[in-house]
Design a protein around this ligand. Sequence first.
Ligand code: NAD
Length: 296
Amino acid sequence: MPAKLIDGKILAMSIRQQVVRDAATLLEKGLGIHLVAVLVGHSPAARVYADNQARTCRDMGIRYSLLEFAADITQVQLNTELARLAADTTVTGIMVHLPLPAHLNTQETQYAIDVLKDVEGVNPANIGHVVYGHTIIAPCTALATVELIESTGVPLRGAEVTVVGASRIAGKPIALLLTERQATVTLCHIHTRDLFIHSQKADILVVAVGKPGLISAGHVKPGAVVIDVGINRVTTANAQGQLVAITVGDVDFQSVLPVAGWLTPVPGGVGPMTVAMLLKNTLRAARLVHKLEKPF
Ligand code: NAD
């Protein structure tokens, strides 16, 4: 029997509906929700992303502002702006679009984002809180991965989990959150000697690398839950023989489908759930800022 597909779009929809209800509850109390996105430089791609974000937030009842700075802003100026947003009581959420221009330090910038307003969960303090087992705001892709796994009903406690890819933004936070849920987690990366040994034993296999087709049927334990975090643009020939650009994950979908028990599609899996988790985090940040919830 082929794997059951885990539909990230449907799950994301139900989270968005909850966000709309939560936003209405805050607004009824006269408590604002205001997300400020910081964009340095004039990247057309980031602009399109920001426009989409603005539309999504408006639909949810969330106020959204895009704060744009010239590409030559200094680190000190950027840190000062982030400190100003941290002190501004009308701002409840802050995010910084990446990548930043090369002269700016991404980590230093993320340190400067207020911990309680850090809707992407990228301030190293927020990752540290996950390590200490009292999450304040966790990174969105890691939260999305956990929600997708939990939606299958396959228990995480005691499960053998292999995470392939160990980046700061994806693999490491995913491994941390899954460890926090009592799974036995193996974290693989470019220097892992034999990926097969680790992937084949996994009840739950999470792949976040950025290499199309990295994981094929032979890597997967029959019946496993497979979560494909990868997003890759590739060129392929369509039925008419024309070259077209499509989005694929890191998992060879067609070969893994008959082997896995559960599988996320790309697109339509982790991607929409990550956006939904950003919105959920935006509400969490607003409740923290308005002191309706405690960080600890
Ligand atoms: P990255 O380049 O920062 O990290 C890649 C990781 O994969 C590294 O830890 C590296 O050691 C490991 N790796 C590389 N080759 C490997 C191999 N052959 N075997 C095992 N490990 C290997 O990438 P990233 O930012 O973590 O993104 C990874 C992928 O996830 C990309 O496709 C990205 O677009 C996608 N992504 C998706 C979302 C989402 O919301 N769906 C969010 C973040 C990233």
